[in-house]
Design a protein around this ligand. Structure first.
Ligand SMILES: [Cu+2]
Length: 338
């Protein structure tokens, strides 16, 4: 009797092992298949980016894990990244209708995997709200260079993305969203859905005519209940972040705002190491840094940028007031230079 029972348990144990092995075999196969079928970045210079998503077919409304595999020209893991704007790697996600924005980083998630990062794999999590095409842009920095890459992903689902609506309004009610802690907001923001935890009034001033290839000065003025807001605070080591995307969906320019210098802006926190650094050519996509960030500022923030090509551009902004993260977004039309 005794031996019978033990045989029975041994048998169960063996089954458990076989099931476990089968599970791993199956898992291994799925991994292989995914590797074969990855989304590849458009530009391949010294930094190559491959994206693995889990699930492989992204479904609207379902949490998705995005793992970016960074390799150098020799195919070796690209690991010598430097923290810039408080994060090791910046991911901007914009929907094709230019109404949806996400701005996330590996550090924003508790499940951050430092061991994987040593192998050049950086992971973020995102829930794409609706089905359709999205552009994903990656910004990283090393000791001697900055890299900006982008790729597209297609999201499946019943709820489809709305079309682009051309709204060139210059005054808007803008919603704030409560910071998840430490300058984090990891959810998708739909600028048209009228949701949020607070409201602000934002006036944007841009030249009547914007010409491709020419530097443009744009100003933002923030108020609430007719009162100007003078205690905006830095967000990710900048007064304001911008993600500039055209309807062509051919890149995201990630740049930063500056605070006008008029003497009563309080003590400057620190000098941006890039201030005064002259760029030979303004990149059409990528990261730009200008000026310095006071501890408190407002109601005006400036954006200086150059649109390289004519077209319709959405300028997504992101900045912080108290514990609210605002996404003031304005559309501009850029004319051909004559
Ligand atoms: Cu970022």
């Amino acid at each position: 009797m005794q031996s019978r029972i033990s045989t029975f348990f041994n048998f169960r144990f063996t089954i458990a092992i076989v099931v476990t092995i089968l599970f791993f075999l199956n898992f291994g196969f799925a991994e292989q298949h995914e590797k074969h079928d990855t989304h590849k970045a458009h530009k391949t210079d010294a930094l190559n980016v491959m994206l693995h998503t889990e699930p492989q077919k992204i479904q609207a409304g379902e949490p998705t894990t995005l793992t970016f595999h960074l390799t150098d020209a020799k195919g070796e893991p690209f690991t010598d990244l430097m923290v810039h704007h408080d994060r090791i790697l910046h991911v901007l996600i914009v929907g094709e209708n230019l109404q949806i924005i996400g701005h996330i980083h590996p550090e924003d998630f508790e499940s951050r995997d430092l061991m994987a990062e040593l192998e050049g794999a950086y992971r973020v999590h995102f829930t794409f709200p609706v089905a359709g095409r999205y552009i994903l842009a990656l910004d990283v920095m090393t000791a001697d260079a900055e890299f900006a890459k982008y790729l597209h992903v297609d999201v499946e689902g019943d709820k489809k993305m709305t079309d682009v609506s051309q709204d060139f309004g210059r005054e808007k009610v803008v919603f704030g969203y409560t910071d998840e802690g430490g300058d984090r907001y990891t959810k998708a923001v739909s600028i048209a859905d009228g949701k949020g935890t607070s409201t602000y009034h934002v006036k944007m001033n841009a030249p009547e005519k914007i010409t491709a290839g020419e530097m443009v000065h744009i100003t933002y003025h923030f108020s609430r209940d007719e009162k100007p807001i003078t205690d905006l605070v830095p967000f990710l080591d900048a007064p304001m972040h911008f993600a500039i995307v055209s309807t062509r969906l051919d890149g995201i320019l990630h740049t930063h705002g500056t605070v006008p210098m008029n003497g009563d802006m309080g003590k400057m926190k620190k000098k941006d190491p890039h201030a005064g650094h002259k760029m030979k050519k303004t990149p059409t996509t990528g990261h730009q840094h200008q000026g310095s960030t006071p501890d408190k500022f407002g109601p005006t923030v400036m954006l200086m940028t150059t649109f390289q090509k004519p077209g319709v551009y959405q300028i997504f902004g992101q900045l912080k007031h108290d514990d609210q993260i605002l996404f003031p977004t304005f559309m501009v039309k850029v004319e051909e230079s004559d």
